[in-house]
Design a protein around this ligand. Structure first.
Ligand code: PLP
Length: 223
């Protein structure tokens, strides 16, 4: 089932759009099935759960952190994480920089922007995005360890597709403004992560080039 759903979704993806399979609350065996069908990028939202799975799975998986990340847990994932999609503050950035430097490796990251109407969804408030981007843009010397790749956002969970469309359209415009502005010297600033099981086709039509799909591929989560 996992493999069929994965291959079907892949066939619908335009070239240039990457897929992060969200494997939270699914066991290593289920992740292995997706891996065997060629999937390499997986997203998890809890450090402890991720740590339990990493050693059970192939070493060439690209792990993405997609959930709220506490600074005191960065040290656990710094040795292997490929991308942190959920950077939402400068203190978190500094901690990631420190740990990446210690391990002499580079971590890619996205700035997570709060685009939803629900307060519960994490991310940098729209009004603060530019401030944070300005600080990062002035620190090219960090790039060997921390590389800004783009923006991530989670839309409101609603049947109202016009609302979701507005949120995605905002994120796309914020991304383009940074890409052509503050980060125009940075070729790697190329990733717009938006869209999940429910809304990924809309996200792709509005410019997403990385989508995060869990249940539509992996099935219902086990709690
Ligand atoms: C769980 C999660 C997803 C995937 O959600 P589905 O609806 O299962 O596709 C995507 N992004 C984030 C940040 C998540 O926490």
């Amino acid at each position: 089932m996992i493999q069929t759903r994965l291959l079907q979704l892949r066939q619908q993806l335009p070239t240039g759009v990457r897929l992060c399979v969200v494997s939270k609350r699914h066991p290593a065996e289920a992740i292995q099935k997706a891996y065997d069908a060629g999937q390499r990028i997986f997203g998890e939202n809890q450090v402890q759960e991720l740590m339990q799975k990493v050693d059970l799975l192939p070493g060439d998986i690209e792990w993405h952190m997609i959930g709220t990340l506490q600074r005191n847990k960065v040290k656990y994932i710094a040795p292997f994480i490929s991308m942190v999609q959920s950077v939402d503050s400068l203190p978190l950035y500094e901690e990631l920089l420190k740990r990446a430097t210690q391990h002499e490796r580079r971590i890619d990251f996205l700035l997570q922007v709060h685009i939803a109407q629900e307060d519960s969804k994490a991310g940098i408030p729209r009004e603060q995005l530019n401030e944070i981007a300005q600080v990062l843009a002035q620190r090219p010397e960090d790039r060997a360890y921390m590389r800004p790749r783009g923006l991530m956002g989670i839309a409101t969970l609603t049947e109202d597709s016009r609302e979701v469309e507005q949120e995605f359209a905002y994120l796309k415009s914020a991304f383009e403004e940074l890409r052509l502005g503050l980060f125009s010297q940075e070729e790697a600033f190329d990733t717009l992560s938006m869209g999940m099981s429910q809304d990924w086709p809309l996200a792709v039509s509005l410019g997403a080039n990385l989508i995060r799909v869990g249940s539509a591929i992996m099935g219902d989560r086990q709690y």
